[in-house]
Design a protein around this ligand. Structure first.
Ligand SMILES: [Zn+2]
Length: 77
């Protein structure tokens, strides 16, 4: 069975859920992940998602692109 690894589709980091609750792992470099668990790239299946940082950045990017937010000169955030 190939382990299913959550992989960020934007920054390409993977989530290491090893030993803890799924979804609570830390995001890191794929190469380090493979070394840690002694895996080859073909040994794992990827579940493409966005890591919290990229999801937030993506939301911010969308926010700044909307005409409404451009019109407001002093945003509260
Ligand atoms: Zn990311």
């Amino acid at each position: 069975m190939s382990p299913l690894v959550a992989k960020c589709s934007i920054c390409r980091r993977v989530r290491d859920d090893g030993g803890i609750e799924v979804g609570q792992g830390t995001w890191g470099d794929l190469r380090n992940y493979l070394i840690k668990y002694d895996l080859r790239p073909i040994d794992v299946d990827f579940s493409h998602t966005d890591c919290p940082e990229c999801a937030q950045a993506y939301r911010n990017a969308l926010l700044y692109r909307t005409p409404q937010s451009r019109a407001v000169s002093s945003d509260a955030s």
